[in-house]
Design a protein around this ligand. Sequence first.
Ligand code: FES
Ligand code: FES
Length: 154
Amino acid sequence: MKVTITVNGKETSAEVEDRTLLVHYLRDVLNLTATNVGCDTTTCGACTVLLDGESVKSCTVLAAQADGREVTTVEGLAGEDGTMHPVQKAFHEQHGLQCGFCTPGMVMATVSLLKENPRPTEEQVRAGLEGNLCRCTGYHNIVKAVLAAAEETA
Ligand code: FES
Ligand code: FES
């Protein structure tokens, strides 16, 4: 089937199989490989992207379900001149990453979290990121980064 999906503000279109997952459309068809696959079982959140502004785990969404909709990946966050998004900046400044594998998903989940709750408490940040696992167990600085981004943007 043919799908047409606006990704990071650009309309994209391709023939995909009915069973093609959104994460595979992003990585294999569009070559947007920052969205990672860590588990394929909706556990790790490494594949988190925004679908019409809401965070979703793109390993559990079919490309067909995103047809006609808008997707934002971490590649679409920075400004055109390369200026980092405040959440990216905060992760950078607070050392909110170690190996970086979970980072794109953490950043996208954070963007969505701060949209819903611009001034979260530490507990709310931890609860909000519960669906995103960090194999480096670097949670402390990730939480600091989210709080710093909230401070910056609220
Ligand atoms: S790859 Fe999607 S949740 Fe782990
Ligand atoms: S920084 Fe390594 S998985 Fe999170």
